[in-house]
Design a protein around this ligand. Structure first.
Ligand code: ZN
Length: 401
């Protein structure tokens, strides 16, 4: 009971701060109307956030002759957040203020074959420290969120699928806590993309949302009832490794016929090879170049590019229909570099395919859209882990400012 009332309070804080970030400066009645919270709840939460310095008073709004209404804004100087994207080839760090504006960045390359856990932890720590010192004039750091590829369990041990890392049950959180002086929040890129959409993107204000990430790998971040759904061991969302074709193409997970091997970048390259083995759009070993050429070819009316996009969107639509039928979401957001590169044509074709494969009822309740967020949302999402962590720990003993 105690736990669940605290969870509700935390969820309400998220809702309120999300709205305040989107709409600063904003009045209390407007916050209540936009979040569905009562005025009394808004007043209590706002009081708490003003005390913590996370919100500030921002003047008055003219209410057309009535009593002027006090306005609130997110306090950019109320704390800094660090978002870290760890990918197979690099570490990218952003330090942002509470309005999630970028204050400083740092980037470290990870060399192939140099993936000993303590060394990777050292590179992450070095990049975090470089970015934090560049933002040194800024306020205290509330925490660092870190997105790592593969599987992250609840204790922050990590196993990674990434082809050449070979990690299994690596205690990354422990390795990092010895090297990074901030409160740490570890999770996956799928979850980072999901929270970025929930806070700042197309899923804001939507309780039941799926964020489908299309890149070299493929997966889905799920939010049910306004909360990210993690499953019992934090691996929910491995939709990319659900079976789309019985005994189909081999997948790098070791099984066959997975969604990822048809709509991930290597799968799209194979769709192209099977359509036209000698196509000049094929850049062997270069996923990004091939996908870019397909996108250009489609726009220029190239028949092979059109066929490959239709084929890819057909697989995608069938696999999205499973999500629609199973979860009945309000919105599905396509994100990731492949979705961004293939853009509106892929979206249109996937909508058509989805309509062929999904049940009519849940389909009518679902919107399929492209992510409106700029470039790469992973480090933004990771910084949001830290913001959520800071909001969740408000009012707990030992965490006072
Ligand atoms: Zn697989």
């Amino acid at each position: 009971m105690k736990g669940s009332s605290r969870d509700i309070r935390t969820a309400n804080r998220y809702r309120l701060v999300r709205q305040a970030i989107a709409e600063s400066p904003v009045s209390r009645p407007r916050l209540a109307a936009a979040t569905g919270l009562s005025l009394a709840t808004v007043a209590t939460l706002v009081g708490e956030l003003l005390d913590q310095g996370m919100l500030i008073d921002a003047g008055f709004e003219d209410s057309g002759g009535g009593r002027p209404r006090g306005l609130l804004a997110v306090n950019p100087r109320g704390g800094a957040l660090i978002g870290v994207e760890v990918a197979e080839t690099h570490v990218h760090v952003e330090v942002v203020d509470l309005a999630l504006r970028v204050l400083a960045r740092a980037h470290e390359e990870l060399r192939r074959g140099d993936h000993e856990p303590p060394r990777v932890a050292g590179r992450i720590a070095a990049a975090v420290s470089a970015a934090a010192s560049r933002a040194a004039a800024e306020p205290r750091v509330l925490g660092a969120g870190i997105s790592v590829p593969g599987m992250v369990d609840r204790e922050g041990a990590v196993s990674v699928f990434a082809a050449d890392w070979g990690w299994h049950d690596v205690p990354l959180l422990g390795l990092l806590s010895e090297r990074v002086p901030y409160r740490l929040y570890l999770d996956t890129p799928l979850r980072a993309c999901l929270v970025a959409e929930l806070w700042f993107g197309a899923a804001r204000g939507r309780d039941d949302a799926v964020v489908v990430s299309l890149g070299s790998g493929v997966g889905a971040g799920l939010a049910l009832g306004g909360t990210p759904y993690r499953g019992v061991s934090n691996s929910a969302g491995e939709w990319g490794h659900t079976t789309l074709v019985l005994d189909g193409r081999p997948c790098h997970c070791g099984r066959r016929g997975c969604v990822e091997s048809y709509v991930g970048a290597p799968g799209i390259m194979r769709n192209l090879r099977e359509t036209s083995p000698d196509s000049p759009m094929l850049a062997p070993g270069d996923q990004a170049a091939t996908v870019a050429r397909l996108a250009r070819g489609y726009v220029e009316g190239d028949p092979v590019a059109r066929q490959v996009l239709r084929t890819t969107a057909g697989y995608l639509g069938a696999a999205l229909a499973d999500l629609v039928n199973l979860l009945n979401p309000e919105i599905i957001v396509l994100t990731g570099w492949v979705a961004r590169r293939l853009g509106p044509p892929l979206l249109e074709l996937a909508r058509e395919a989805l309509a062929r494969y999904a049940l009519r009822g849940p389909l009518a309740a679902t919107e399929l859209v492209l992510s409106p967020l700029p470039a790469n949302p992973v480090s933004l999402g990771a910084a949001t882990f830290a913001l959520e962590g800071a909001l969740a720990s408000l009012g707990r003993p030992g965490t006072a400012r």
